[in-house]
Design a protein around this ligand. Structure first.
Ligand code: NAD
Ligand code: FES
Length: 285
C-alpha cells in the first residue's frame, strides 16, 4: 500500500498529492510516469510524475478530477493509502546537450511541464517558459515556474491575468522576434500540442510533445497506448511519452482518447457515490 503524506488543492479541479514511494522517488526522472490503482476494483490510470523528493521518499502527482478514478483519488486524504503505484515508467525527457529551450505548458499539463523545465535548467540550458490557463482563478505553479525560467510568460484565454490569448500567440511572437530554440517542448491538451507543433513547423524548430493516450499495462504488451508517429506505430508507454510533434498523428490520438468517454461518464453517474462510500468504510476499518 502507498500512503498519501500530503494533499493540496491547487484549484477547484486540480489536486496535488505526495505519495510515499521511496524506490520510485530515487529512480524517477522528468518526463516519466506512474500507473496508479486506488483499490482492487479500480482501473489503472497513468499520471506523469510532477516531482520527487528522494530524501523524503515521496513522489508528487498533480491531476485533474476528470473521470471516476481521479475523482476517487481526489477524494482521499492525508494518511489514506492506495493499492498500486507502479513506476517509474516510460523514457525520461532528453535534456542533455540543449543550450536554449522553450517549455510550453497548458492548464493541468503545466504540472508535467514544471519538472521538465527544472531538469533543462539543471542541465545548464537557458529556459523560456510559456504557460496558459483559461482564466486567473485556475492558474497553478506560477512561483515554481518563475524560479526555474530565464523568461516566463503567462497567458490566459480571457485575459484576466498575464497576457490575453493562447500559448501559441506568445510562441509565435517569440519565434517571429528571432528567438531560436534547440527544442520546444509542449505538454497540455492535445489541441494545444497540435497547434504548438503547427506554430513551430514553418520555423523548422525541433518540437517534442508529451502524449497521454489511454494505457493499461504501461509496459508495451497490451498495445492500448499505440500512437502513429511518422507513419509508424509506437507505444507511448515504452517508446515515449515524448515524441516529435511534427510527426504525430494528432487526429488519431484525439479519436482514441475519446473511445471510453461515454462509459466513463456512465460509470461516474452510477458508481461514484457508492465507491467513495465503500472506500471510506474500508479506510476507517
Ligand atoms: P485547457 O483546455 O484549459 O487549455 C490550457 C491551455 O492550453 C489554454 O489556456 C491555451 O493556452 C492552450 N490551448 C488549449 N487549446 C488550444 C488550442 N486549440 N490552440 C492553442 N493553444 C491551446 O486545458 P486543461 O483543461 O487544463 O487540460 C486538460 C487536458 O490536458 C486534458 O485533456 C488532459 O488529458 C490533458 N493533459 C495532458 C497531459 C500530457 O501529458 N500531455 C498531462 C495532463 C493533462
Ligand atoms: Fe499497454 Fe502501452 S499501455 S502497450
Amino acid at each position: 500500500m502507498f500512503k498519501i503524506v500530503l494533499k493540496r488543492e491547487l484549484n477547484p479541479a486540480v489536486t496535488l498529492l505526495e505519495i510515499e514511494a521511496p524506490f520510485i522517488a530515487k529512480k524517477a526522472e522528468a518526463g516519466q510516469f506512474i500507473i496508479f490503482r486506488v483499490d482492487e476494483a479500480g482501473e489503472r490510470v497513468p499520471l506523469t510524475i510532477a516531482g520527487t523528493d528522494p530524501e523524503k521518499g515521496t513522489v508528487t502527482i498533480i491531476f485533474q478530477k476528470v473521470g471516476l478514478s481521479t475523482e476517487i483519488l481526489g477524494g482521499l486524504n492525508e494518511g489514506d493509502c492506495i493499492l498500486d503505484f507502479v513506476g517509474p515508467l516510460g523514457k525520461p525527457t532528453q535534456v542533455a546537450g540543449k543550450k536554449r529551450v522553450c517549455v510550453v505548458g497548458g492548464g493541468v499539463g503545466c504540472a508535467i511541464a514544471l519538472p521538465s523545465a527544472q531538469a533543462f535548467k539543471k542541465a545548464g540550458a537557458q529556459v523560456d517558459v510559456i504557460v496558459g490557463f483559461r482564466s486567473k482563478d485556475i492558474v497553478i505553479l506560477e512561483d515554481e515556474f518563475r524560479a526555474c525560467s530565464d523568461n516566463f510568460y503567462l497567458m490566459t484565454d480571457d485575459g484576466s491575468y498575464g497576457e490575453g490569448g493562447f500559448v501559441t500567440v506568445k510562441l509565435q511572437q517569440l519565434l517571429e522576434a528571432g528567438n531560436q530554440y534547440d527544442e520546444v517542448l509542449a505538454i497540455g491538451p492535445i489541441p494545444m500540442m497540435k497547434f504548438v507543433a503547427k506554430t513551430t513547423e514553418p520555423f523548422g524548430t525541433h518540437t517534442m510533445v508529451s502524449l497521454n493516450p489511454i494505457m493499461v499495462d504501461g509496459t508495451g504488451m497490451c498495445g492500448c497506448c499505440r500512437v502513429t508517429v511518422d507513419g509508424k506505430v509506437r507505444f507511448a508507454c515504452v517508446d515515449g511519452p515524448d515524441f516529435d510533434g511534427h510527426k504525430v498523428d494528432f487526429a488519431e490520438l484525439m479519436n482514441r482518447n475519446c473511445v471510453y468517454k461515454s462509459q466513463d461518464e456512465a460509470a461516474q453517474k452510477r458508481d461514484h457515490a457508492c465507491r467513495i462510500e465503500a472506500i471510506g468504510k474500508t479506510l476507517i476499518q
